[in-house]
Write a protein that binds this ligand. Sequence first.
Ligand code: NDP
Length: 685
Amino acid sequence: MEFPMSVLKSFIAGQWVGEKPAKALPSAVNGEIVAHTHDDTLDFKNAVEYGRKVGGKNLMAMDFQERALALKAMALYLQEHKKELYALSMHTGSTKGDNGIDIDGGFGTLFSYASMGRRELPSGNVVHEGPVTPLGKNNHFAGTHILVPRGGVAVHIDAYNFPVWGMLEKFAPTFLAGMPSIVKPATSTCYVTELAVRLMQESGALPEGSLQLIIGSTGDLFDHLEEQDVVTFTGSAATARKLRNHPNIINRSIPFNAEADSLNSAILAPDVTPEHEEFDVFVKEIRREMTAKAGQKCTAIRRIFVPKDQVNAVCDKLKEQLSKITVGDPSVEGVRMGALASIDQLEDVKANIQELLKTSELVVGGEGNFKATGDGTEKGAFIEPHLLLCRNPENGCGAHDIEAFGPVATVIPYETIDDAVELCSRGRGSLVTTLTTRDPAIAGRIAPLLAAFHGRLHLLDAEAAKESTGHGSPLPMLKHGGPGRAGGGEELGGIRAVHHYLQRTAIQGSPSMLAAVTREYVRGADLIETDVHPFRRHFEDLQINESLLTHRRTVTEADIVNFGCLSGDHFYMHFDEIAARDSQFGKRIAHGYFVLSAAAGLFVYPGEGPVLANYGLDTLRFIEPVAPGDTIRARLTCKRKIDQGRTSPDGHPQGVVVWDVQVHNQNDEMVASYDILTLVAKKPE
Ligand code: NDP
């Protein structure tokens, strides 16, 4: 038997599986069949075992830094092939702008995690989450925390609206954490995800077993999950509830992260009126959120809170703006809004509009004369933007409960800004709210109230609008996810997302043991002291705990005067005998920055050597004052080494070395404490 259309394949246990067609997946634009899911049964027991054994092992053969580099390589490869993804994605109803969000947004997330991983994660596979806390009086026993790869697999179930970004925003932090992923895209748009996974495979940057793909049902997958595994989910609240309550998830305490429906909102504060620039900015933001991805964004604005006396002005302006939106085949020039992802979704959205209309009236849309632009679009899943108005929210308002997952939003009037906050809270927890105000005092008072039931707040005024990334765009470095109805989960948020796939464990022991486990010098650990100055060692030769105790230097008044003249810092504490005597120190003291400089003078090796640059200081504290006559000395200890695989501008390989510096006085009191960050050359080949 020949099949007219391609059959999508799952990628399970290193094999592409799928021969026989099952469900036909029609184009959202013209109803033509794009592909079929496959009818072949998948062996999920084997898939999870393979993920843990093969994928897990291969990922653990790399470290955080190497995985970050691999993510970048994948992102570069995907970027080279983005046109293939664009072309296919058009069938999901996506316009060029929508592809920018899903496809380019997905690549951007990979790039972002690659760069955050290199900047913020260590070499090796142990994250030390300090600080170390002494647990005994004499520093023989201390405690700290480490984060380590969990050893299981992560199952990621995604929604239909973002077939590329949805997968990549979950995959990137999982991969960095060293955990293999099994991704299950929503069936209706899974052909785009399948292509993305094929390209990731082709990139050569994916270690075997680190990514598997399920086309179609998850079958008995959940029965095979174990305590070390993780499940993340994006989709409807009903499915989230069902999966979260799977007996195996409950019995084994398997972490389950959900991102579900959310009735996000935008609030126009009472200080903004039509003559203000902010009024237009507010309306534009709503227009954009209603029409981008045809309103199929988990973050899209569903409820628009406006002061009672501004209702007509807002509705009129939105009507004008929405009338300019051409809806139709995304490949046709001039089309600004595409289709919903499927006919099923179209029916769903229409039914939800009818529900909303029980407490609202129509302002835009639904006149019955709508026709999408383009050939064959009568078979597509098109709908025009619908703006509703709920005039009397005190008599009940369906918009607080019903999510029409399309270009649909409801204007809701309020009396006072506090009423707006109360009405907003009726959404029972949301992903994001935009508060548009010109007044920082309003933002300062209202934002903390809104924050209690939101995952993200977007404060929009004319200044922010110049560069705003938008209400609806989750960013890799900021948290995505919201409380309550929004699922109660948390994604993205920078390196926090990587931590979701690592196990946090408290470690107690002697400083030397803690240093061995964290791969970082811990004060009190046994030091390594040799005749060679640590600054003369290349990156590879330096050992954690390698240390230098310097000679001493007595600080004089001349030092203070010279440093004051050199720096221009004539602060009274250093130069006014009388004022200094009246101060808490009771005498003149040296500049803290002089102590830093003097310490550098004590510990640096002045000759040419492998230390290439000092690029900063961390955790600086001046602990005790240093006065003329005090004698200081420094201890410099190799604390942390990070191999980012970087080279200097002239091509020499180098690594990052962080040094612990302690400066003591003649009474053995610590006067200054800090980390210095250096670049150290690797050995010449
Ligand atoms: P679903 O919750 O049905 O589907 C979401 C994902 O879960 C899909 O991958 C789906 O796969 C999968 N899934 C469904 N049932 C199971 C199951 N029993 N076991 C394992 N996986 C399962 O959401 P829909 O896609 O149908 O969308 C419904 C509504 O959800 C939308 O109209 C909207 O209101 C909301 N939604 C919210 C999103 C958000 O980001 N917050 C995103 C998308 C939708 P399959 O497709 O194969 O069924």
